[in-house]
Ligand binder design. Sequence first.
Ligand SMILES: Cc1cc2nc3c(=O)[nH]c(=O)nc-3n(C[C@H](O)[C@H](O)[C@H](O)COP(=O)(O)OP(=O)(O)OC[C@H]3O[C@@H](n4cnc5c(N)ncnc54)[C@H](O)[C@@H]3O)c2cc1C
Length: 323
Amino acid sequence: MAVTTKRVAIVGQGVMGLTCAARMLEQGYSVNIFSREEFTDTTSMSAGAYWWPHKTYPEERVSKWSKETYKEYAKSSLSIESGVHFERHRRFCIDPDDSAYARHLVDEWEEIDGHNYGISCCEAYLVVLPVIDVPIFMPYLKNHIESHGAEFHIKELESPAQLFPTFDLVINCSGVWAFHFVKDKEVFPIRGQIVKVSLTDKFHESTRIYQKEDTFTLILPRSNDIILGGTAQYDDWGRDSRSEDTDIILKRCRKLVPEISDCEVLGTAVGLRPGRKEVRLELELIAPNRPVIHNYGHGGGGYTVAWGCANEVTALANEYFSG
Ligand SMILES: Cc1cc2nc3c(=O)[nH]c(=O)nc-3n(C[C@H](O)[C@H](O)[C@H](O)COP(=O)(O)OP(=O)(O)OC[C@H]3O[C@@H](n4cnc5c(N)ncnc54)[C@H](O)[C@@H]3O)c2cc1C
């Protein structure tokens, strides 16, 4: 049965905060969303993004969340305004990849031979994946939530405790800033820089070379640009673009796909993926009648697990209030 009288504060308007807000509104909760920064400045806005649980653990829970999210994107892809569509994606693993199990979670995939593409790798496959065109998807989701009554506040909070007793429940979707917000020293940044270039008629496919380095090769065409990746720099809190990263990304991507060499460089973006040994998704009572549901630490796979995590957050909230 829908709960209609409980007031919920969600900390964060990245993809985790917004998907939780959508689910909680569906259940009849009143939702207020707090963010220390404008929505356009979140990590979530700097992502590609495509469905794949990069550096998101543990495998069993992530598989469940990823499958649920995949199904939700399949529904979203029926509406062009959502910014979600399915695309062929080639993945070449130069080093063993601990997220390779994800290909078994999708409807369509097949092994390919990397040597046919001039790439020496331990495994390679072609998968059909949801691509989430972030500059379209995130405003679409935010508008949807706003039109269903959520209120947004730009305010930096010191801790979940300050939101009680105004609210009955706090949902903590603070991303990498959980390091400060709930003083979780297990959270660490994985700095990601990407380069955006103009579209070309000569190349439409998405390709990723996986290797255990802090720079990798990704080419991801979107509706209005192509994302070139990227970096995965551990424990690096730097949010400014670096020209040396831009240079190496362009060099590697142009070498792999010469067809993009003439594309105009439109800009760069940097985001801090919330790294953690395991996602923290659990309910904590910080004091009697002071419940906080934590939902952070999704690494490089926040878009891949977002709806599954939001489903679990909502179930925890319903269970708490009905108990
Ligand atoms: C370059 C790059 C490429 C990526 N590609 C992919 C991909 O292809 N597929 C994929 O699935 N994932 C990808 N990711 C990962 C994905 O973007 C993240 O996992 C996801 O964005 C994390 O979302 P979040 O909502 O937890 O955090 P964020 O987007 O960082 O949002 C955190 C929110 O919490 C708020 N907040 C924090 N502390 C406070 C406070 N004290 N007071 C008030 N508000 C606070 C912030 O203001 C913000 O609104 C990529 C990331 C990067 C950087």
